[in-house]
Design a protein around this ligand. Sequence first.
Ligand code: HEC
Length: 258
Amino acid sequence: MARFIKPNGLHRRLEGWPLVFTVLVTISILVGGLVEYLPMVLIDDSVQRIESVRPFTPLELAGRDIYIREGCNNCHSQTVRPFRHELERYGEYTKAGETVYERPFLWGSKRTGPDLYRVGGKYPHLWHVRHMEDPRSTSPRSIMPPYPWLLEKPLKLDDLPRKLRVLQRLGTPYSEVEIAQAVDDARRQAREIAAEVEAQGGPAGLADREIVALVAYLQRLGTDIRTAETAPAPSAPAPSGPAPSAPAPSGPALAAGE
Ligand code: HEC
């Protein structure tokens, strides 16, 4: 040390004045902080916008809250990283612009189960219903816990207008009409999904159960850019028909850790 810091140099003297030194250190940290922070709040487009990315529908929003309530994000990340093995397994990597309406974001880093960012359209609705009711029925040897109550619990939609209002204040472009019609809109989408589940041979009467909101949300995940020019979509979403079993790309291990 002595070789680098001269005994009577400026640095040595500064260190001898604890108060001055503290003030100077504080100033330099603040300047560094501002340099990092200001562009984020001042530049409106610090995240590149993607034309085709739209806010969640009211029902999808309700499903997202159920996803958070059930702690699905403890086992599932929602961000496909730009690595070859991830692209081959999950598809297009997640762009920052795709998650601009996510509050809070659910990128995560824990992958006990596979990443879910591109799961939208991968399976028919009925697959998700069965998988939630009992993961072992679609994915033998799955270690995911079952969530059978999602098929029973009534779907609460009353607070949707307020949720949309809060998000609108934070910058999500929901219109007044969308907020006013949020509950009706959610019911309509729920009926559509329930009808499709029934048409695929699943249980009837799910339109007012929590599971339809969760399915709506899962089926939306990562699909916004699929219609845009980036859509390579080599594997088109499976239409109705028999539910495919979950692929286990990396051998027998179903716990899809990194
Ligand atoms: C204890 C960890 C754990 C929790 C909690 C968990 N999962 Fe999973 N999940 C897994 C594992 C492991 C798999 C892979 C095997 C399978 O398909 O069941 C999986 C698979 C999935 C798949 C299929 C993904 C694909 O591409 O095949 C979906 C969808 C899914 N989970 C949704 C959910 C939802 C929604 C919740 C919350 C209600 C949830 N998971 C909670 C561990 C978990």
